[in-house]
Design a binder for this molecule. Structure first.
Ligand code: PFF
Length: 446
């Protein structure tokens, strides 16, 4: 059966950018940067994004478009009768665990949205949003219900198929998100005392740069670009041979970095201006952003609009996670798509229950001193994803010849030799070496 395809060139870019831009840039980046010391983390993150993330993104596009296959089959098609299919399997398992806690945060957005619409945020002072939010997410029934709703929305869209569901909405919602973020930044950087926050975010204090922080920045760079789990392989498998892959890569990197920059500039000035703590952890943006919005005319309305767009951004990422799983599950029989989506979604919900309760009933259950939520997050972001990225960067130059790669990259664009060589060598040597060094460093072996 032939592969379903994206409707237009822009459709693919929006969908891939939709996968990339999500909780990673908006929710996770600020709090990890906040605990990792701000500017130094941001700088390392930026370097990893450009030198490792960008080449790998193009690499995943190449595998997907060339094989027109799901995450598992793609590797098996290139390296026949081998164990390389495990890269895809690792990606599928990672996405499963990832979505199980990602959906918890998706649920938090839904809860906050209801709270804001209900009027529960009216008249609060700047330091009251954090405690209110903390209370909200410790409530077991409502948070579980919200998490379920988030997964349900994901199932309903993805079960309908690739193009119809994902493509249409992205074209409106993503630009709207940019615009709202821009407004937010303008308000945030003009708050009293904002310069402290800008400095914290953009001025690198290298004394804060520990091995741990470098690992977090590495994981974050891959996480925000949806790399290492073959999400981009799967999305690129729905591409026609006419798409210009390098151009798509650049657009996505650019959009992603822009959102990260906007998120940082929206949040840190607010944190410092209101005397909040930058290392508040996963609740950071939920405590800070409503406080910034409350300083605007029609702030509550804008905040509700923001939450809607934020929810959309989280959903478009969740679509891609479940899409990888479903594409792999239905690789032998596409007609089972609907059933597979429901099975995957519901089991992810069940596995995600302990993560959801980690902020309430199960907050005392610790493994390696981490709550289940933090443990899953750490394992996915800082172990599985970088590991997947490492394997993919080894796989590509090993199993595809330079001329095959050159040919695939040049389809839909001109042959650019210098660009190709820079990409090839970054991917072949720099990416695996850097990942291995970061791992060794954090394990204390170098
Ligand atoms: N890039 C997404 C984000 O930053 O929220 C997370 C993600 C989506 C990771 C899809 C991996 C993936 F397959």
């Amino acid at each position: 059966m032939s592969q379903e395809q994206w409707n237009s060139k822009l459709g693919f870019i929006f969908a891939a950018a939709g996968s990339a831009i999500g909780l990673g840039a908006i929710w996770k980046f600020p709090y990890v940067a906040g605990t990792g010391g701000g500017g130094a983390f941001f700088l390392v993150f930026l370097l990893f994004t450009l030198l490792l993330g960008a080449p790998l993104l193009l690499g995943e596009f190449v595998i997907g478009r060339r094989t027109q296959s799901d995450a598992i089959t793609a590797y098996q098609k290139i390296a026949l009768n081998s164990y390389w299919g495990w890269i895809g399997k690792l990606g599928v398992i990672t996405c499963f665990i990832l979505l199980s806690f990602y959906s918890v945060v998706g649920g938090w957005i839904i809860l906050y949205l209801f709270e804001a619409i209900r009027g529960g945020l009216n008249g609060l002072s700047q330091d009251q949003f954090g405690p209110l939010f903390g209370e909200m997410i410790s409530e077991p029934i409502t948070t579980l219900f919200a998490q379920f709703l988030f997964i349900l929305l994901t199932i309903l869209v993805v079960a309908k198929g690739v193009q119809k569901g994902i493509e249409r909405a992205s074209k409106i919602m993503m630009p709207a998100l940019f615009i709202l973020f821009l407004l937010l930044v303008i308000r945030s950087v003009s708050l009293e005392g904002a310069s402290e926050g800008i400095k914290f975010f953009l001025y690198p204090d290298f004394s804060k740069l520990t091995s741990e922080v470098i690992l977090l920045a590495l994981g974050q760079a891959f996480f925000t670009l949806s790399l290492g789990v073959s999400a981009m392989v799967t999305y690129a498998s729905y591409l026609p041979k006419t798409q210009n892959l390098p151009k798509s890569m650049f657009s996505i990197i650019l959009m992603n970095l822009l959102i990260v920059l906007l998120a940082g500039l929206a949040i840190f000035p607010g944190v410092f201006s209101f005397g909040l703590e930058p290392d508040a952890g996963p609740v950071l943006i939920f405590a800070v952003l409503p406080a910034v919005f409350s300083q605007m005319q029609f702030g509550l309305l804008f905040f509700i609009a923001f939450l809607l767009l934020f929810l959309f951004a989280a959903l478009t990422s969740a679509f891609s996670m479940i899409e990888i799983i479903v594409a792999a599950m239905t690789r032998k029989d596409r007609s089972k798509r609907k059933k597979a989506t429901w099975i995957a979604g519901l089991s992810i919900f069940v596995v995600g229950i302990p993560s959801c309760l980690s902020y309430g009933l199960m907050s005392d259950v610790l493994v390696f001193n981490l709550t289940i939520f933090d443990l899953f997050d750490f394992a996915v972001s800082n172990v599985f994803i970088p590991l997947g990225a490492l394997l993919i960067s080894i796989f590509i130059p090993l199993k595809l010849s330079k001329s095959e790669l050159m040919e695939e990259i040049s389809l839909g664009s001109k042959k650019r030799k210098v660009f190709f060589l820079v990409w090839y060598y970054l991917l072949k040597y720099f990416t695996p070496l850097a990942i291995v060094l970061v791992f060794l460093d954090v394990l204390g072996l170098i």
